[in-house]
Write a protein that binds this ligand. Structure first.
Ligand code: PLP
Length: 374
């Protein structure tokens, strides 16, 4: 039996047509009609101007630059996330400060954010920006987060890399923040093999990011440069794949949710295993099906469960290791951290691909139940 992987690409059908068109018209380059078409379709979906980039990480980097983050600035960031959320803070020579999660959503704790900004305002040293992450397909609780940041003049970048297709109070995840980023990495809900999107409320910001992403060449025929540029543009071939993938996004969301709820129902009689909370304020795509394991009630630890699944040729992963526990960020300021640490120690991500077959999911369910009995 082949190994069941955590989250793999799932093509819809038209991607190859668009990619072939890029070849037949020879737009095999970082220019071409698929880029504009993908951006237009994405903008329609999110409601704001969009820019195709080579990765979500590149989008975060340019987003921070757009917000004016530079050397020595402090940037708040959710601690429970993938390292790509925080690395661009360091690219800019800025200083990360990590904030804990709210157990009710696993995302940034809005009350903690308020406390931290209140305390920082009292010392007259406010951070330049906040990177708020929408984890595993669920939006953070954006209304209180945005209200607090507005009050203290802190810019917000929303890392919605894992939450394309999710909603917050009826609006697309990422659409409320001044700048948001999305990822089309091969493990995401839709993929372009690798790629990202930056969206901004202000068209001028998107134009500036496009300029930086294409080597910051000044207008005119000569290769003249007044600013440092980057080679961060997406290829037209990959934008073609993105166009096809975006057409099936709603189907992918539906399927990821079905998979998560089938696991939840199949484990309903087992004590000590619970699905990631689904906040009432929005639609959770359940990009990954994440569960918490209570060792004593479930009958084995999260790590034992990881090992058991591996022995059955099933890939599963711990919930992200929080940034404040990473050697890379060991010297950074952190506020709270115990909630994120506990989610890391007890959380597991089960195979969640939208093309996971019913039989393969049954194999995962059987293996989890074996571990519980053992
Ligand atoms: C929360 C989060 N932020 C950022 C990224 C980076 O995106 P990319 O891999 O497209 O650079 C990822 C995933 O890879 C992610 O999960």
């Amino acid at each position: 039996m082949p190994r069941i992987l955590l989250s793999i690409p799932h093509m819809g059908g038209t991607e190859q047509h668009y990619a072939s068109e890029a070849f037949s018209t020879n737009w095999v380059s970082t220019a071409g009609p698929h880029l504009g078409a993908f951006e237009a379709a994405f903008s329609q979906r999110i409601g704001h101007p969009s820019l195709c980039l080579s990765s979500g990480t590149a989008a975060i980097h340019l987003g921070l630059k757009l917000l004016g983050v530079g050397p020595g600035d402090e940037v708040l960031c959710s601690t429970l996330t993938f390292a790509a959320s925080a690395n661009p803070i360091r690219y800019q020579g800025a200083v990360p400060i990590f904030l804990d999660s709210d157990r009710a959503t696993w995302n940034l704790d809005p009350n903690l954010l308020r406390e931290v900004l209140q305390a920082k305002a009292a010392t007259n040293r406010l951070p330049k920006a906040l990177i708020v992450v929408d984890l595993y397909g669920q939006s953070a609780d954006m209304d209180p987060i945005l209200a607090t940041c507005r009050e203290y003049g802190v810019a917000v970048l929303e890392d919605a890399a894992e939450a394309l297709g999710a909603t917050y109070k009826g609006l697309p995840a990422g659409s409320l923040s001044e700048i948001s980023v999305y990822s089309f990495n091969g493990n995401k809900i839709i993929t372009t093999a690798g790629g990202g999107m930056l969206t901004a409320h202000d068209q001028a910001m998107v134009d500036k990011a496009r300029f930086w992403a294409t080597q910051a060449r000044d207008p005119g025929i000569a290769y003249e440069h007044s600013e440092t540029g980057y080679n961060y543009r997406m290829s037209n071939v990959l934008a073609g794949i993105g166009r096809g993938q975006l057409e099936v996004l709603d189907l992918r969301v539906q399927r990821r949710r079905e998979i998560a709820f089938r696991y939840r129902d199949a484990f309903a009689d087992l004590p000590g295993i619970s699905l990631m909370p689904q906040a009432a304020y929005g639609l959770h795509t359940n990009w990954l099906s994440c569960f918490l394991i209570d060792r004593t009630r479930f009958g084995c630890s999260r790590d034992d469960l990881l090992r058991h699944l591996d022995s059955r040729d099933i890939e599963s992963r711990p919930v992200w290791k929080p940034m404040h526990l990473q050697p890379l960020f060991a010297d950074c300021e952190v506020h709270g951290g115990a909630v994120a640490a506990d989610l890391f120690h007890t959380g597991i991500c089960l195979p969640s691909s939208s093309n996971l077959g019913a039989d393969d999911q049954a194999r995962v369910i059987t293996a989890v139940r074996e571990a519980a009995r053992a």
